[in-house]
Design a protein around this ligand. Structure first.
Ligand code: UDP
Length: 355
């Protein structure tokens, strides 16, 4: 198959640090090429993903540009016209399938939350578009029949070796947002009596304000802020942590940080929001809690969990190979829908139809 992948124009693929969507696209594009297919990734020129690439924009535009759709529209115009000869287009933007038309099937992965804007887009996509959710939780928040399939993200396990877990600290890894619960992580760590390291990107004025008002005044002592970290530091931090502390306050569609932690053998202590219960097995690979006290208890118990169990669960459920196979099945189904296969409402878990 010839598969055209469209990345959003905000960050390069892969990103240097923060960037769940671009990280996932990197793994997918490499995996599809390794599986013997013809891939073309439409991204920005500063991307380094080692597959054939095309671009219009010289570099990722950054989040400030998200407010203005013009640049994204220009990027998408160029992407759809350059990928016209593909068998399938896999679009990772919400806007693309709504404003562009393609002569081939379009699989689109919805990476963001199910808000009003997303619902509107999902309702307007033409019949050759197969929207894919990244967790059952995300799918459940959309009107019934909106999604063709659920495909959990996967990561390349070769790049995430098991760490020692001997650092004696909790790690927060993500974005400086109240939704991600950075302030809650500080409260939990202090109550658990455990050191906390915070690695996070501060994105835009709202996150800056949150940092200044709710996080910075509480730093110091055993709570350390490291800023945004790149791949090497991230791996070391995750591998040596006693647990990843992920006290979400929102229905996050999929938390890549949780599968990265499990891959390196680090248990995850998190709230029961969004995709968390689909990723973490309570009492086995981490702790799912509904309250601050529950999170505190989870942190105290984390060191007694079996790190090999965490790794095994990641390898079995969140490998790049599994994700790539499921998307390839989806592309095949999109190209050759079987009789009676309802592409929009199949209720399939990961794969639509059997091609
Ligand atoms: N990340 C990073 N450096 C940081 C903070 C985050 O490399 O300082 C990475 C993290 O390892 C993960 C991604 O950014 O790969 C965040 O993805 P996730 O799905 O967890 O969060 P979202 O994209 O939904 O905000």
């Amino acid at each position: 198959m010839r598969i055209g992948i469209i990345a959003p124009p905000w960050y390069p693929v892969p990103p240097w640090g923060y960037g769940g969507t671009e990280g996932m696209i990197d793994v997918l594009a490499r995996g599809i090429m390794a599986a013997g297919h013809d891939v073309c990734l439409f991204t920005t020129a500063d991307s380094t993903c080692p597959v054939p690439r095309l671009h219009l924009l010289p570099e990722g535009l950054g989040v400030a540009a998200m407010a203005d759709e013009t640049a994204e529209l220009t990027h998408l115009d160029a992407a759809y016209s350059h990928l016209d000869d593909c068998d399938v287009i896999h679009d990772h933007t919400l806007l693309g399938p709504a404003v562009q038309s393609a002569s081939c099937p379009v699989v689109t992965t919805v990476h963001g939350p199910i808000d009003t804007r997303t619902r509107q887009f999902l309702a307007t996509y033409p019949g050759n578009v197969l929207p894919t959710a990244i967790s059952h939780s995300q799918r459940g928040l959309a009107p019934s029949g909106s999604f063709s399939a659920v495909v959990h993200h996967g990561i390349d396990m070769r790049h995430w070796p098991v760490g020692s877990g001997s650092g004696g600290y909790l790690l927060f890894l993500g974005r400086m947002s109240p939704d991600k619960g950075v302030d809650a992580a500080i409260t939990v760590a202090r109550r658990a009596g455990m050191p906390l390291r915070i690695a996070a990107r501060i994105r835009g004025p709202e996150e800056k304000r949150y940092f200044i008002e709710a996080v910075r005044p509480r730093l110091g002592g055993t709570v350390e802020f490291l800023g945004e970290v790149g791949p090497g530091e991230r791996l070391a931090l995750l591998g040596e942590a006693t647990a990843l502390l992920n006290p979400l306050r929102w229905s996050e569609p999929f938390g890549l940080v949780m599968i990265e932690a499990l891959a390196v053998g680090t248990p995850v202590v998190t709230t029961r929001w969004g995709s968390s219960p689909e990723i973490v097995s309570h009492g086995l690979t981490g702790h799912l809690a509904a309250t601050t006290s529950g999170l505190v208890d989870g942190c105290r118990l984390a060191a007694s969990l079996d790190r090999d169990e965490c790794r095994a669960s990641a390898v079995e459920r969140f490998s790049a190979e599994r994700m790539v196979e499921e998307y390839l099945d989806l592309y095949r189904s999109a190209l050759h829908p079987g009789p009676g296969v309802d592409l929009r409402g199949s209720g399939a878990t990961a794969v639509v139809g059997d091609g």
